[in-house]
Design a protein around this ligand. Structure first.
Ligand code: CA
Length: 224
């Protein structure tokens, strides 16, 4: 497993790289956002938010825009963590400095497991509902013939809604299936992702079923 460590403070990155190598990870360490964006493929990214050149949030968004690599954000103590913002940036989890090495490795394993499980359980047949096409082999989504780039969680959420289009999925069901119980816990997360899917695809695609949950609208074609 290849890990990209993005951290400008050598007092943190040096022991981290050493510890991860001892755990059997192949580690590449970079100290700037610019280097992070040109780094070779990684299976997981540990991303410090306070970087000398680029805002860590920008780096996170850009990494997410081009791949589905799991990203764990590392933030300084006292730095305000806006969980919703982290989600929007495409981060999968976060730790706060100073963090315990064991805790970090446990989170890395959890995030990797989640991603592996997602891939393993994703069947290969396409989903097609109205103007929506989901190619589960390549995890690509098209709406009205237009290809749309989704974050991993947006994708999972859409697949969950689309596998049984028209059926109401409760908020609990979606939180449990798309996020796990170790996730940050707020169902605000769900609303943020729903809003983002509506924005990226079609405002009318996902219907809110008040006090219950959501469902994918079943239509025979594009909106009139
Ligand atoms: Ca830093």
């Amino acid at each position: 497993v290849r890990v990209l460590v993005v951290e400008d403070d050598p007092r943190i990155s040096a022991p981290l790289v050493e510890g991860l190598a001892r755990e059997g990870y192949e580690v590449e360490a970079v100290a700037t956002g610019a280097d992070a964006l040109v780094a070779e493929h990684a299976d997981l990214v540990l991303l410090d938010l306070g970087l000398p050149d680029l805002d860590g949030r920008t780096v996170c968004r850009q990494l997410r825009a081009r791949s589905q690599v799991p990203i764990i954000v590392v933030s300084a103590r006292g730095e305000e963590i806006d969980r919703v913002l982290l989600l929007e940036m495409g981060a999968d989890d976060y730790v706060v400095k100073p963090f315990g090495f064991r805790e970090l490795v446990a989170r890395m394993r959890a995030v990797s497991r989640r991603v592996t499980a997602d891939v393993a359980r994703s069947p290969t047949e396409d989903i097609s509902v109205g103007s929506l096409r989901i190619d589960r082999r390549t995890r690509t989504v098209e709406y009205d013939g237009r290809r749309t780039s989704l974050t991993p969680k947006e994708y999972e959420l859409l697949v969950h809604l689309a596998t049984d289009a028209g059926a109401v999925k409760t908020r609990d069901e979606l939180m449990h299936d798309v996020w796990d119980e170790n996730w940050w816990g707020s169902t605000k997360t769900l609303d943020v992702h729903i809003a983002s899917l509506r924005k990226k695809l079609d405002p009318a695609l996902i219907e809110t079923v008040r006090a219950v949950g959501f469902r994918l609208a079943v239509r025979s074609g594009p909106a009139p």
